[in-house]
Design a protein around this ligand. Structure first.
Ligand code: NDP
Length: 436
């Protein structure tokens, strides 16, 4: 049986199963080993020893729910995508978009070569134009010095290979001095590469200072990973978008309009992109990657035109299909950082079939596009609150103090109530307890 068939068979009605039945279904569908399934029995806990060695002043571990978004077809491969997130409705929204797109080819992706950028920022340069010439002439020597600082990445087939220089003139009105910024382009292969690059950048500082006659302010990786881009595209016939209240063409056209609104209005664009990041961050966190690095780079990329804009583009295809596209910088790693020893990260990679960094980029960017689709479709049809609050009702029930079976009872009553808020949840719980 192909994975897709197995998934359809064992993973159907996944959300209705108990937690142990879900784990069993993942094992039966072939995406999780029996041995790894056992790690779920202690909730993927970090050992006290590992947690203590990861950060300073450590006191405890802080947990997030870990789940899987189903139905993803990405470059013709089926995936159950791990997500770590506290917000209700994100996993359901990703799964439902993935299910809708799967019959129409799912998501297709493209990635650029995984090149990361390091910077040395120079000040007090006696003659910037002369320094640029000297540094350009010494490109091979600078690259050699960088690679000598981390020879193992070169032995693996990566390493530094190009430099570029950015002269920023003094701006008297803004009160900023002249800078000369050297960029070093580094292939970090399967790693995100922050530590690899930081080591290289600090190592080349003395050489760069000597050649330029300037002073280095710092040498560090740039999280604006414009040379490590991932793109996902998808398309769907408008007929598949119809709801009880809206025709497929209306839904398609309203999604396209929503996409335009998020291009021109930054207030909308930020919320639009937050929806994309709901999916992206959840997978980035689950796979043990640095979500601050990804978020910083993604939001900078959204501002590359000089205005903060939507990261996705939804348009009407030549045959009337709805066509979606998302491109973002995605400098994630398949190795490095805590990926090899964090129990949650290890399982997340296993669930995805231990993908290469390149494939992991494809998966993550596809989840972002799916998440965005679900959010806009809900917004331009029923509104987001109906679905969101239905799932949020369980959190409200817990916040009100409901325990055990009370959670579902209060949540169901809340779903039928006019005012779905904490005060109502408390009232429902109190009256339920009094009636018991
Ligand atoms: P690591 O320091 O863990 O380096 C990755 C390691 O993976 C390398 O040392 C390399 O070993 C090993 N490796 C094994 N196989 C491969 C392969 N095929 N390709 C590449 N490397 C391989 O992680 P990174 O350098 O990726 O840095 C990521 C960490 O840095 C994250 O935890 C991040 O939070 C943190 N960080 C981020 C910053 C930022 O974003 N601004 C700043 C500082 C830190 P070998 O040495 O043998 O080559």
């Amino acid at each position: 049986m192909e994975l897709e068939d197995k998934e359809t068979h064992y993973l159907s009605k996944f959300y209705q199963k108990s937690k142990s039945e879900r784990i069993e279904a993942l094992v039966k569908s072939g995406v999780l080993s029996e041995e790894s399934a056992k790690a779920f029995t202690d909730d993927l806990q970090l050992s006290a020893e590992i947690a203590d060695s990861m950060i300073e002043n450590q006191l405890a571990t802080y947990q997030l729910p870990f789940g899987v978004a189903l139905n993803f077809l990405i470059d013709d491969e089926a995936y159950a995508v791990p997500m770590a997130i506290e917000e209700p409705s994100v996993v359901a929204a990703a799964s439902s978009a993935a299910k809708l797109f799967a019959p129409y080819g799912g998501f297709k992706t493209a990635t650029t070569t995984r090149t990361m950028i390091g910077q040395v920022i120079l000040t007090d340069i006696p003659d910037c134009l002369q320094a640029i010439k000297v540094l350009e002439d010494a490109e091979a020597t600078i690259i050699q010095a960088a690679n000598d600082a981390h020879p193992s990445i070169v032995r693996r087939g990566g390493g530094a290979d190009v430099i570029s220089l950015n002269h920023i003139k003094e701006d008297i009105a803004a009160g900023t001095p002249e800078f000369l910024i050297l960029h070093l382009y580094v292939k970090t292969l399967e790693a995100m590469g922050a530590n690899i690059i930081n080591t290289m950048m600090e190592a080349i500082i003395p050489l760069v200072e000597e050649l330029s006659g300037g002073k280095a302010l710092m040498g560090i990786l740039s999280n604006y990973a414009t040379e490590c881009l991932a793109t996902a595209t998808c398309r769907i016939p408008s007929t598949a978008l119809a709801t009880n209240d809206w025709s497929g063409e209306e839904v398609r056209d309203r999604i396209v309009l929503a996409s335009h609104a998020a291009v021109v209005d930054p207030y909308r664009a930020v919320t639009h992109n937050k929806g994309i990041m709901n999916g992206i961050d959840a997978v980035v966190i689950a796979t043990g990657n640095d979500w601050r690095a990804i978020s910083a780079g993604v939001h900078a990329y959204a501002s590359r035109s000089g205005q903060y804009r939507s990261l996705t583009n939804w348009s009407k295809g030549e045959n009337g299909d709805l066509v979606g596209e998302l491109t973002i910088p995605l400098p994630i790693g398949a190795v490095g950082g805590s990926i090899s020893f964090h129990p949650g990260a290890k399982i997340a990679h296993e669930l995805l079939g231990n993908p290469s960094a390149d494939t992991l980029e494809s998966i993550i960017v596809s989840v972002g596009l799916a998440q965005n689709f679900s959010a806009i479709r809900a917004l331009v049809t029923d509104g987001i609150q109906r679905g969101h609050m239905a799932l949020h009702s369980r959190s409200l029930a817990i916040s009100a103090g409901a325990q055990g079976d009370e959670i579902m009872i209060v949540s169901e009553k809340l779903n039928q109530s006019k005012n779905m808020n904490l005060a109502t949840a408390k009232e429902i719980l109190e009256s339920f307890r009094q009636s018991e």
